[in-house]
Design a protein around this ligand. Structure first.
Ligand code: HEM
Length: 417
């Protein structure tokens, strides 16, 4: 009889070799990229798990960016109550780009140059978080937009603005300035102190929309910062603190708020520049009316454990949304019937008398075109917080989110005013 031992031994050699190779490559991969494998639950509990890396948008070139639109936010709700209204953030959208990028970064730097520390300041205990944020932003931009931002031996090349950014230490200018020049975002940096509450330790916020400077907010905790916010004490405070206490680096979220304006200023829109009792000038063209969406994200950084609150405006003209079902009806409903304190905070009383005849006209147009029925109830759309036509898969094409209704709306502008 033939002895089977050497035979089976020989058969096992390749199997064992493959097993060793599999274990080895798993270990190497895990070491090279902490996000490449699913971390065990305890990593998440300890706040070590990171959100996933973004997918590269390979075909978004500087040329293509000139016609690239951001996502179509429509954060209109009815019934309208003050709530946290946060959504899980897809990291591909942490630092969105669009055709206005260059205008935004230039205008933000102009504001910072003119206003000094009014909209850009930090405290010493925010320094580590500012540096960590800068590093995180640079890595994200290089990964997500490889044709727009390229890593170099001194820092990065911004292929949109042409800047060769020198990020070697010691920094040649305040790191908050680099952040303002790299993204469309305003950034607030918040840290937990010994009393368990969250305090503002740094901010670069030249695009607040309403002169909301940071000097009276620096070093203050979130209750003080939100002092003016309607229904904060009753509806937001407890859930926000509870949520901040549990928030992990792997759980970024986004939200959006909005108000109405008739210009595209980043620092302060006309509606907030008007004095008490003043209203929008009567001869303002309806075509100038915009919804200013303040698109916000929240994430925690793993090293400093700071919370980063980002915010950038996107302007959508009411004209471009006029044939989207219920948009004019929803705007009218909120402007006339929204919670009193919110209406006041958003300054609606400065334009409602002027705006309502225009909205009525657009509502009638939607009824005439069969887009809505006269007796349809006005309520939050299933596509909230985005337009009905929003396609979430667009994030991988690099073509952007051009409004299919916009060209048509431009061809048929409302004639009043
Ligand atoms: C889940 C977290 C948060 C929620 C739900 C929230 C909610 C709000 C709301 C409802 C407003 C009124 C404007 C609007 O309608 O959006 C507001 C304003 C504001 N929030 Fe927050 N917020 C959050 C986190 C933060 C953080 C982390 C900061 C960082 C400092 C911050 C800074 C501000 C500032 C500066 C204003 C303008 C306040 C003013 O009127 O001067 N928020 N927030």
């Amino acid at each position: 009889m033939i002895d089977p031992t050497p035979f089976f031994g020989l058969q096992l050699v390749p199997v064992v070799a493959i097993l060793i190779w599999l274990v080895y490559s798993y270990l190497v991969k895990k070491r090279a990229s902490p996000t490449a494998s699913k971390p065990v639950a305890s990593e998440k509990d300890a706040g070590l798990e990171l959100p996933p890396d973004p997918t590269p948008l390979e075909n978004l070139t500087p040329e293509k960016l000139k016609g690239y639109d951001d996502r179509p936010w429509r954060p209109f709700r009815w019934p309208y109550h003050q709530t946290m209204s946060i959504f899980k953030l897809d990291m591909n959208h942490w630092l969105d780009m669009d055709k206005w990028y260059e205008r935004y970064v230039n205008e933000k730097m102009d504001i910072i140059r003119k206003t000094g520390k009014e909209y850009c300041d930090s405290l010493p205990d925010g320094d580590d978080a500012v540096e960590e944020l800068l590093e995180t932003v640079v890595n994200h931009l290089i990964m997500r937009y490889p044709k727009l931002f390229v890593k170099t031996h001194i820092g990065l090349d911004n292929l949109v603005t042409g800047e060769k950014m020198d990020l070697r230490k010691p920094f040649k200018e305040p790191p908050l300035h680099y952040l303002a020049r790299l993204t469309k975002e305003d950034f607030y940096i918040v840290k937990k102190r010994e009393d368990g509450r969250h305090y503002l330790v740094a901010a670069v916020v030249p695009a607040p929309g309403g002169f909301f400077g940071v000097q009276n907010k620096m070093g203050q905790h979130l209750d003080v910062i939100h002092h003016e916010v309607p229904y904060y004490e009753e509806k937001l405070k407890v859930s926000m603190e509870r949520w901040f206490a549990r928030m992990k680096p792997a759980d970024p979220v986004e939200r959006a708020s909005w108000f109405i304006c008739w210009d595209h200023e980043l620092l302060c829109n006309g509606i907030y520049a008007l004095g008490p009792g003043e209203t929008v000038p009567d001869d303002t063209s309806y075509l100038k009316y915009n919804v200013r969406v303040c698109r916000q994200t929240l994430r925690r950084l793993p090293k400093s454990q700071a919370i980063i609150f980002s915010n950038h405006p996107i302007f959508y003209s009411i004209e471009e949304m006029k044939d989207e079902p219920f948009v004019p009806s929803m705007l009218k409903k909120v402007v006339l019937e929204g919670p009193e304190k919110i209406l006041k905070y958003k300054g609606f009383e400065k334009c409602d008398q002027h705006l309502i005849p225009y909205l009525d006209r657009l509502i009638q147009r939607q009824i005439d075109l069969g887009i809505i029925q006269a007796d349809d109830p006005v309520r939050t759309r299933p596509s909230y917080p985005f337009a009905d036509w929003y396609d979430p898969n667009e994030k991988h094409t690099g073509n952007g989110y051009a409004n299919p209704f916009y060209k048509k709306a431009q061809e048929e502008p409302e004639k009043m005013h």
